[in-house]
Write a protein that binds this ligand. Sequence first.
Ligand code: SAH
Length: 216
Amino acid sequence: MGEPDFARRREALVSHLRREGIRDERVLAAIGQVPRERFVPPEFVDEAYVDRALPIGAGQTISQPFVVARMTELLEPRVEHRALEVGTGSGYQTAVLALLVAEVVSVERHRTLSEEARQRLAGLGIDNILLVVGDGSAGYPPRAPYDRILITAATPRLPEPVIPQCATGGRIVAPVGERYAQQLTVFVKMNGLSRTVVEPVKFVPLVGEHAFEENN
Ligand code: SAH
C-alpha cells in the first residue's frame, strides 16, 4: 500500500465543509493548508480527514473539522488581529487561526499537549503563535487586549476574567452550556456584551478556576 494521498483528502474535506455551509473562503483555504494528519495520534492518521473529533491523549480531543471551520468563521478573523485561544489541545485550531490573524496566543492546561502542539506548529513553520501552559479560564492578561477570543472547551458561562481582555469591538466565540452539551455562542463587545446563540455543540469541559471543577 502506498502513502495515503492526504492532499486529495484535504481537498475533499474542504468541499465537504463548503457543502455543509461554511462560507468564508479564507477559512476554507486555511483548512485546505493545514495537514490535519500531523495533529492526530499515529493510530488515527487514516481518519484525519473524516469530519469528526478524535482522541489526542490526556482525555482530550481534536475538534471536528466542521466545528473548527464554523468557530473560525464566526470569529471573523482579520490579518491585523491578535487572538487568544483557550484550549490548545492538538494545536490544529491554533494553526488554522494563525494563518488568518497576526498573532495567536493559545493557553493549554496540559503541559504534554502544549509541548506536542509546539512541535507540530514549529514543524509547519507556523511562528506567529505564543503557547502558554496554564489555566486559560483566567485568559492571559500579559498580551491583552485581544481582538478575537476563541474558547475551545465547554464552559458554563463566559469566564469573567476574559471579558476585560477583549478589545472594544472584539468578538468572543465559545461553547457555552452544560458539561456534556453546549451552544456555540458569539459575544460581541461594544458598550455592553451582545450574545448570539448559533448551534448545539459538544466539547470537552473547560476545567479551571472560572469554569468547571475537575471531576472524575
Ligand atoms: N482547539 C483544540 C481542541 C482541544 S479540546 C484542537 O483543535 O485540538 C479542549 C482543550 O482545552 C483540551 O486540550 C483541554 O486540556 C483544554 N483545557 C481545558 N480546560 C482548560 C483551561 N482551564 N485552560 C486551558 N486549557 C484548558
